[in-house]
Design a protein around this ligand. Structure first.
Ligand code: NI
Length: 186
């Protein structure tokens, strides 16, 4: 998920970050339910670090594994763009267990570049997930963080934010993208 405004942000820097290309709408993997993560090993840890670097490189605040072509139930979130190392959140096999209130804000997706629409989301969201060691935790987020929890969990269920729009609006956007795909502009 990109930030609320289109401003360019600086991500964190590592000496040799591995940046994965982000797949876009039209890729079948984005429409598929991701497989649960069962192995919490060094390979998983490296992949999560690469997901953070890939997200920062794309100036995003959230990235789900299917967006880099990996059908696994995990996502990384950092609503501070790498400015605060303590704000890095890993959610593995997440489940939204409580929601409260409502917010209506513009939302985008790194897999839908250039598309931003107003999406209704809960104001407060409690997520239950596992961390990179496999330890279960629950965490509550408000506003942008609540939105990120919903958006990234949707990705792991094969859903994009387009699914929250009216059929009319969704069809319009999908038609426009299909035209762009045909023209080789997507
Ligand atoms: Ni997204």
């Amino acid at each position: 998920m990109p930030p609320p405004s289109a401003t360019s942000q600086q991500g964190s820097k590592q000496s040799h970050p591995v940046i994965h290309p982000i797949v876009k709408f039209g890729d079948n993997g984005l429409a598929r339910k991701a497989e649960p993560v069962t192995e919490f090993d060094g390979k998983l840890n490296r992949l999560l670090d690469e997901m953070f670097e890939s997200m920062y490189a794309a100036s995003g605040v959230g990235l789900a594994a299917p967006q880099i072509g990996i059908s696994r139930c995990m996502a990384v979130i950092d609503i501070t763009f790498g400015k605060n190392p303590d704000a890095k959140i890993v959610i593995i096999n997440p489940e939204i267990i409580a929601v409260e209130g409502q917010q209506k804000e513009e939302e985008g997706c790194l897999s839908l570049p250039g598309v931003r629409e107003t999406v209704k989301r809960p104001q407060k969201v409690t997520v239950r997930a596992q961390d990179r060691k496999g330890k279960q935790f629950t965490m509550q987020g408000e506003e942008l963080l609540a939105r990120a929890f919903c958006h990234e969990t949707d990705h792991l269920n094969g859903k994009l934010f387009l699914s929250h729009l009216s059929v009319l609006k969704r069809d319009l956007i999908q038609r426009k993208i299909r035209k762009m795909i045909k023209a080789g502009e997507w």
